[in-house]
Ligand binder design. Structure first.
Ligand SMILES: *Cc1c(COP(=O)(O)O)cnc(C)c1O
Length: 485
């Protein structure tokens, strides 16, 4: 169903095309550079503390920020508002069955709520959960009931520059060794995350999942699939994995989900709404989880979601089968990554599924990790462009028991690309200002904490620059751009 948004141009130009039209618009503010500097200072050099009033393009996250379709919005008007037995739920359940191939469905209020319920039911103290890579909320919810995670990604996964098409694969050799070391009874399940979020939205292959499934069968271990970004993973399979070019996204989705005993997802991502869900064909698993859903989320036909969201989720899940919809964000990301890469800006390759990830370590080699290069780059880029991005580096980690910073494996600035939100000229603008910044990178200095919360410091922490570098950056911007914003 649908077609990819990569269309052949007579001119030979390779650009993605918006295969939708814009019918509701929101005015954006591109403020002058002096005001952008003030807004950065007022937010403690932390993009989480900014108001969208000061933001031009909001590339902070893809969570809950995808554009909804006209079909989704109109479905909300026919929602069946009932505490129990709502027909909206029946429609969502049918969509889950058609798209993911799982007959039993438990709605929850968002992705992390699914993790809370599943891991509380399945993880015991001392358990180890192997996975291709963790997500922040996943790790926390496995550790609360006393479990630990073990990431067994391949050697390619953390390389910035790579041509490996499936950086989200699990390393099969390491998985076998891990099972031999701990014993299958210490492993409640293996978790595979589609389009691994924290390493750049990178997919795994069908072949890799098949190998994992075979190991699960051999050792009688369950396989869990985090399907929050499964649409993009299916798209990459079609693009990159031999033998899948002629299959539809719908067929690939069913193939992937069929291998998992349990599938869960954040609807904030996969279906461009709110909410989340858990689905399975196992009565035993369903029975284990359903009481916890009632306890923590709500009755089984709404699970903490409004029925309007459930309706829109059902439509959004079906749109995940549509290649036109699902290819939009990856094709824009590819365009952005290739544009930046061609100018020497260090970005993660190959392009992934939820955003463009800039290697702040390579961008700012003169800023030591103790001065948070990724955080500094986020602030500098906002000053240069009005584009809000997210730090994924040392600020996003926590201090060790002695109070020392735990330096991140990689210092990244993420430009998230919510689905069908930005136009190509906006993406070109984002690239243009970042290329300018790269050519002026020697002007950017570091940051230090002014106020540092004990938990999840990246959300509410306040920082300040280690010198007057932001003022110098603004002066250079004015020299180069004159009166232009
Ligand atoms: C966002 C995300 C989650 C958590 O979902 P929320 O709806 O934000 O709670 C879990 N797993 C992955 C892979 C995600 O990207």
């Amino acid at each position: 169903m649908g077609q990819s948004s990569v269309i052949k141009f007579y001119s030979g130009e390779q650009i993605p095309l918006e295969l939708h039209k814009v019918r509701v618009v929101q005015k954006l503010n591109l403020k002058p550079v002096d005001e952008r500097l003030q807004a950065t200072e007022a937010s403690g050099f932390n993009s989480f503390l900014m108001s969208t009033r000061d933001v031009f393009l909001d590339m902070l996250t893809d969570s809950g920020t995808n554009a909804m379709s006209d079909q989704q919005i109109s479905s909300m008007l026919v929602a069946d508002d009932a505490y129990a037995g709502s027909q909206s739920f029946d429609r969502a359940k049918q969509a889950v069955a058609d798209v993911f191939g799982k007959k039993m469905f438990l709605p929850v209020h968002q992705g992390r709520a699914a993790e809370h319920v599943i891991f509380q039911a399945l993880v015991k103290p001392g358990d180890v959960v192997p996975m291709n890579y963790h997500f922040t909320t996943t790790k926390a919810h496995i550790e609360i009931p006393g479990g630990a995670i073990d990431e067994i990604y391949t050697d390619e996964a953390l390389k910035i520059k790579s041509t490996f098409p499936f950086k989200g694969n699990i390393d099969i050799g390491k998985l076998k060794a891990l099972i031999a070391k701990h014993g299958a009874d210490k492993i409640p399940f293996i978790r595979m995350e589609a389009s691994t979020n924290l390493i750049g939205g990178q997919p795994f292959s069908v072949e890799n999942l098949r190998q994992v499934r075979a190991i699960c069968n051999e050792h009688k271990i369950m396989l869990l699939l985090d399907a929050s970004l499964i649409g993009e993973n299916a798209y990459f399979v079609k693009q990159r994995e031999p033998g899948w070019q002629d299959k539809s996204i719908g067929e690939i989705l069913l193939t992937l989900c069929d291998m998992a005993d349990l599938v869960y997802f954040s609807s904030r991502k996969v279906s461009s709404t709110r909410g989340g869900g858990i689905c399975t064909n196992s009565v035993e698993l369903f029975d284990k989880l359903k009481d916890l859903v009632i306890l923590y989320e709500g009755f089984l036909t709404y699970g903490g979601m409004s029925v309007r969201e459930i309706e829109a989720m059902a439509v959004g899940l079906r749109e995940t089968q549509d290649e036109t919809c699902i290819s939009q964000s990856p094709s824009f990301i590819k365009y952005l990554v290739e544009t930046l890469d061609a100018k020497g800006v260090p970005v993660i390759t190959p392009p992934g599924g939820l955003g463009c990830h800039v290697d702040a370590g390579g961008f700012l080699p003169h800023v030591p990790q103790s001065e948070y290069p990724a955080g500094a780059l986020v602030a500098a880029y906002y000053i240069a462009s009005g584009v809000r991005t997210m730090e994924r580096g040392t600020i996003s980690s926590v201090r060790d028991a002695n109070g020392n910073d735990v330096l991140a494996d990689v210092e990244l600035m993420r430009l998230a690309m919510p689905r069908r939100v930005f136009t190509l000229s906006q993406v070109k603008y984002a690239a243009d200002r970042l290329i300018w910044l790269y050519e002026n990178r020697n002007l950017i200095g570091g940051l230090k904490f002014e106020f540092e919360p004990a938990v999840l410091r990246f959300f509410l922490g306040r920082l300040r620059p280690t010198s007057d570098w932001p003022t110098k950056l603004v002066a250079k911007f004015k020299a180069d751009f004159g009166d232009s914003l």
